[in-house]
Design a protein around this ligand. Structure first.
Ligand SMILES: NC(=O)c1ccc[n+]([C@@H]2O[C@H](COP(=O)([O-])OP(=O)(O)OC[C@H]3O[C@@H](n4cnc5c(N)ncnc54)[C@H](OP(=O)(O)O)[C@@H]3O)[C@@H](O)[C@H]2O)c1
Length: 266
């Protein structure tokens, strides 16, 4: 199926590895023109060059911390300077650190709000003028299944609390921006195997005095009906479809990519 993404100018934030990297590569395969970022120059350069080599796509990269206003501005400016417009934003950032309520002070909460919520707010604010000028666009927020159902382990309170704000913003925006031709959707990963998931499994294991493999085995045997963690490219395929013109009548939705893990019907 041709998703209609050829030459679409697409920003994929936080994309040197993990889900962002996989999403960037999938857009590149579809012929999109791409802008990638992370905080680490060597990492993002290597990732962008890898995507370009594999796909032949036009890929631009920059060093930008999307947890800051300057980082968000730099990312969007890079896209506009290079390509003159923005068609698609995939809003992503590193996950907040694990921790239970008693572990976290105000500074930890504020930092997490800066990274998880404000990256989404600021990137959206910065891309909208370009999308409106172009007569439309598409925004996908990468959130988490924990927005619908927090994990049974209790060490993700920052993520559980703050991602819900992104989700609420996305739903509200989807109604507001429909008249401008801008679609807004969320994609929610369950347990897709990346360094982040390995880090979380290690943290949970330490707290439970067991091993990361035991935590993973518990999920794969008892929690995920498909019996395995997902692959980043399986997540990326969902993001790319929802962002693409083929999803032209889909806005305000949230698609979980979780091997059937969530038991809720909606
Ligand atoms: N994997 C899952 O199954 C899963 C499930 C639920 C939610 N999530 C969420 O989805 C997001 C991506 O997860 P992931 O598994 O891909 O994580 P990951 O493997 O840790 O990768 C995170 C990526 O984001 C970049 N990054 C981190 N903080 C950044 C910042 N402030 N500004 C710019 N780039 C930044 C990192 O590069 P640098 O370090 O070079 O900056 C890296 O490229 C996270 O928010 C995570 O919590 C993931």
């Amino acid at each position: 199926m041709d998703l209609g993404l050829r030459d679409k100018v697409t920003i994929v934030a936080a994309s040197s590895k993990g889900l962002g990297r996989a999403v960037a590569e999938e857009f590149a395969r579809e012929g999109a023109r791409l802008v990638m970022c992370s905080r680490d120059e060597a990492a993002i350069r290597t990732a962008a060059e890898g995507v370009q080599r594999k796909t032949g796509a036009d890929v631009q990269w920059t060093v930008a911390d999307v947890g800051t206003a300057e980082g968000c501005q730099k990312l969007v400016r890079t896209a506009v300077d290079k390509f003159g417009t923005i068609d698609i934003l995939v809003s992503n950032a590193g996950g907040p650190p694990p921790g239970r309520f008693d572990d976290l002070d105000d500074a930890a909460w504020q930092k997490a709000v800066g990274i998880t919520l404000f990256s989404a707010v600021r990137l959206t604010r910065l891309v909208l003028p370009h999308m409106r000028k172009a007569g439309g666009g598409s925004i996908v927020y990468m959130t988490s299944t924990t927005v619908r159902q927090p994990t049974q382990y209790l060490n993700l309170i920052l993520s559980n609390a703050i991602r819900a704000a992104v989700q609420g913003m996305a739903k509200t925006l989807s109604s507001d921006l429909a008249k401008d031709g801008v679609r807004v959707n969320c994609v929610q990963p369950g347990r897709i195997l990346t360094e982040r998931i390995e880090q979380l499994d290690s943290d949970t294991a330490k707290r439970q005095n067991t091993t990361p493999d035991t935590i993973r085995a518990h999920y794969e045997k008892n929690v995920i009906p498909m019996g395995r963690y997902g692959k980043p490219e399986e997540f990326a395929a969902a993001v790319v479809f929802l962002a693409s013109p083929k999803a032209s009548y889909i806005t305000g939705t949230s698609l979980q990519v979780d091997g059937g893990m969530l038991m809720s019907m909606f």
